[in-house]
Structure formats: structure tokens, C-alpha cells
Design a protein around this ligand. Structure first.
Ligand code: GLU
Ligand code: ZN
Length: 326
């Protein structure tokens, strides 16, 4: 264990977070999730944490983190903890600075006997993929898994290896505020998943659970592309003996062709939008899109706090918008 004491949130204060990867400028879809996460905790008098998920050193840039802070501030979304300045009791709030924390939690998982070293190359894993696996998801077939689990498998010496976590062949269930009961078989959907890659990089699934738990996050609001991740994360919470947060996944904003916005869609990026609109116009547009207000009247996030209600948001997976309408 690292020596720093980590305070777990002990009261019922709602604590939400926005956890962007600083790999590009925010777009309308990112702002949509951020606004709903902020509103959900502010409507209940809770706190909001900003955590910078800069685990990928190649793609993460401090400049993008600065722009994310600037865009959130421009819209009127304030945070109580975290960000680049890292203020708050649970820091550091940048994942790149939290390696020693992840190390100690990896040890806890190792001690359960459900992790094991994997020396497969990407090419070897790809060779075992079923042909229908077209969405880019890679399902690990369990090549390096010990014959019985739990097992005290020795760490290989002088070899680079990834650390994987065994997953059972049964459904993981959790409740989503918007989409209701979820039941996902991890063995079928992803297989034993990586906690730490062979190059030493920490896996998103693992880091996000450790951080959300230690930062006292009890509600996670984010895009519904992460529903499968929520099952992996629920399982990780269970393996670590920690209580998972409430999950509220939200629809993805897609362009008129039904393609979800990416950081490459400049026209709905915050850079372009800020040139054409006021923060109140963007806020009103997003609030209307989510069903919180009946028409896209300009307003501030603060003015929406009393309007916010999860029951108003339809449980769609996608919201299509016409770029020319904004
Ligand atoms: N850092 C992730 C991303 O930007 C989001 C993580 C999360 O909200 O759990 O896609
Ligand atoms: Zn392997």
C-alpha cells in the first residue's frame, strides 16, 4: 500500500465527476455528458470532480487539458476538486501521476489469485478472433490463463507481460439510471481483460475504478458507448471489495448521418461553436436536446438545476442532430 491515507466518502453527499482524456478539443457530445453529470449532482447539492485521464502519453497533451478546463468554464460548469491545479483532498487528479496508487491496488487484485501474466502478442490474439468481430473489440480467448483459478501463478522473469484479470462465464448485472437493468457476460463480450499492459501502461478500466473509488465518486454519468465498460468496472469493484457508483449512461450525439461525433468533427467542436454562439445558446440547445426543457431557450447551467430530472431524458442510445441546425 502507498503511505497516503485515502479518505472514502462516508456521507451521502452526491459526488459526480467528469473524466476526460485530453486527446483533443471537446465537442458538443462531450459537453452534453459533462452538463448532465454536473446537473445531476448540482440538483442534489453535490460535488463535482474533474479528473484528467492522461494515461496515454502519446495522445494526451496538457494543452488539451487546459482547453477542456476553458471550455467547461466558458459554459459555466464549475468543479469543486481536481483539474490541472489538482486542488482537493484526493489528488493527484491526473492519472499520469497516480502510478503508485494503481500499483498498490494491482497488488490487492494479485492477492485474490484471479490475475495472471499474459505474454500473447497482439497478432497472436487477433489470430483467434471470430470473423464477426467487426467493431474493433478484441476478445481474449484465455491462452495464458492458468488451468484453474484462483491460482498463485508465478510472475515470469525477464519477459514483458501484461497482467490480466480472470472473468467468469456468467452475467454481470448492474442498474443504469437511464437504460435500466443491464446484464452482460464479460467472458463473451471481452474475455479476461488487461489491468496493466506489457509496456507498463495502466488500463483505463482499472485506473478508472481505483480513481472513482478513492475519490468518493458515487455517480458516474458518461456516454453510453461505455456500458460494456460499466460491466467490467462493476466486476472490478466486486473483486476489490468496493461499492460501485450509480451508473447513468447518456445518449451519444450523432451527426445527421448517424455517425457519432468525434474530436475530428470540427464544425461541432467547441472551437467553432464558441465563435458562433453564446454559452447560454449552447446550454439551451443541449438542455432541449436532452428533454430537460421544452424549447431551446438560451439559459445558463445554473438556471437548469431546478429543471433537471432524469425522468425527462429519453433512454435512446443516439441523438441525431443536423449540423446546420446549430
Ligand atoms: N476518459 C474517458 C474518455 O474520455 C472517459 C472515462 C469515463 O467517463 O469513465 O472517454
Ligand atoms: Zn496471453
Amino acid at each position: 500500500m502507498d503511505s497516503k491515507p485515502h479518505r472514502m466518502e462516508s456521507d451521502d453527499t452526491p459526488v459526480g465527476r467528469y473524466a476526460p482524456s485530453p486527446t483533443g478539443r471537446m465537442h458538443l457530445g462531450n459537453m452534453f455528458s459533462a452538463l448532465l453529470s454536473w446537473l445531476s449532482v448540482r440538483a442534489r447539492g453535490g460535488r463535482w470532480v474533474l479528473r484528467i485521464e492522461d494515461l496515454d502519453p502519446q495522445r494526451s497533451k496538457e494543452e488539451y487539458a487546459r482547453l477542456i478546463e476553458d471550455d467547461l468554464g466558458w459554459l459555466g460548469l464549475d468543479w469543486d476538486e481536481g483539474g490541472l491545479s489538482g486542488s482537493g483532498p484526493h489528488g493527484p487528479y491526473r492519472q499520469s501521476l497516480r502510478g503508485s496508487v494503481y500499483d498498490s491496488y494491482l497488488e490487492k487484485l494479485r492477492a485474490t489469485g484471479y490475475t495472471y501474466p499474459c505474454t500473447c502478442t497482439r497478432a497472436e490474439i487477433m489470430a483467434t478472433q471470430a470473423p464477426h468481430q467487426s467493431d474493433g473489440r478484441v476478445i481474449y480467448g484465455g491462452h495464458c490463463r492458468p488451468a484453474s483459478m484462483p491460482s498463485a501463478s508465478p510472475q515470469p522473469r525477464c519477459v514483458r507481460y501484461a497482467t490480466r484479470l480472470y472473468v467468469p462465464d456468467k452475467d454481470i448485472t448492474f442498474h443504469d439510471t437511464l437504460y435500466g437493468a443491464q446484464s452482460i457476460n464479460l467472458s463473451r463480450e471481452c474475455g479476461d481483460f488487461i489491468l496493466r499492459r506489457a509496456d507498463g501502461a495502466w488500463a483505463y478500466q482499472f485506473a478508472v475504478v481505483v480513481d472513482d473509488a478513492l475519490m468518493g465518486i458515487n455517480e458516474v454519468v458518461r456516454g453510453c458507448d461505455l456500458l460494456l465498460s460499466a460491466a467490467q468496472q462493476t466486476y472490478l469493484y466486486r473483486m476489490l471489495g468496493l461499492t460501485p457508483p450509480v451508473y447513468a449512461h447518456v445518449p451519444l450525439i450523432c451527426n445527421a448521418d448517424g455517425v457519432r461525433l468525434s474530436k475530428r468533427d470540427r464544425s461541432l467542436g467547441m472551437d467553432e461553436l464558441r465563435k458562433r454562439h453564446s454559452p447560454q445558446e449552447i446550454t439551451g440547445f443541449l438542455a432541449h436536446l436532452s428533454g430537460i426543457i421544452p424549447s431551446p431557450e438560451p439559459c445558463s447551467p445554473h438556471e437548469l438545476i431546478n429543471e433537471f430530472d432524469w425522468a425527462k431524458i429519453p433512454p435512446k442510445k443516439e441523438i441525431l442532430i443536423d449540423q446546420t441546425s446549430i
